[in-house]
Design a protein around this ligand. Sequence first.
Ligand code: ADP
Ligand code: S3P
Ligand code: MG
Length: 168
Amino acid sequence: MSPRVVLVGAPGAGKSSVGRQLADRLGVTFRDTDTDVERTAGKPITDIFVEDGEPAFRSLERAAITAALREHDGVLALGGGAVTNPETRAELAGHRVVFLDVGLADAAARVGLNRDRPLLLESPRAQLKKLMDARRPLYQEVASATVVTTGRGIEEVVQDVEDAMGHV
Ligand SMILES: Nc1ncnc2c1ncn2[C@@H]1O[C@H](COP(=O)(O)OP(=O)(O)O)[C@@H](O)[C@H]1O
Ligand SMILES: O=C(O)C1=C[C@@H](OP(=O)(O)O)[C@@H](O)[C@H](O)C1
Ligand SMILES: [Mg+2]
């Protein structure tokens, strides 16, 4: 059993929302490894980071991805940092993986880091840029196709992913 498609990309790329709508459209189930991690931990991701630390989250995420790649046959969304783990990248080889590409401005707006309060937002925005720059080659490494989401609505992206799936 293998997911019909696995979505990767930065926070705000639309993996969770596009994934859910795409699954509806294809008539298959949707799974998000972030939700699996929250269920296993019994608490939200922010609490896992604050109370247990990022390594604890990454370890739960690693296990959730292995299980989902084996058990799930619908649409699967990963968390934005999943590809930083080399074992995850190796596991993704052979799966149909679509990279939802997004520019910094769109990603920042979608996750609530807009430009209205630059003094408060400079640091999170810089952090987002750093994450996106560091991870871009990793998303490209695991992806069998890339869909640009910058300036495009969710329904357009869903259509583009469906089209891309036919070609990979
Ligand atoms: N193409 C898009 N255009 C506009 N808003 C989007 C788009 N894709 C996602 N969003 C919005 O951005 C936010 C983050 O999307 P989400 O699916 O959670 O991203 P991810 O799972 O990649 O972090 C949500 O509020 C979602 O509705
Ligand atoms: O980029 C990251 O490292 C993370 C992205 C989040 O998922 P989304 O990309 O779905 O927001 C979630 O897995 C966690 O907060 C860590
Ligand atoms: Mg998500």
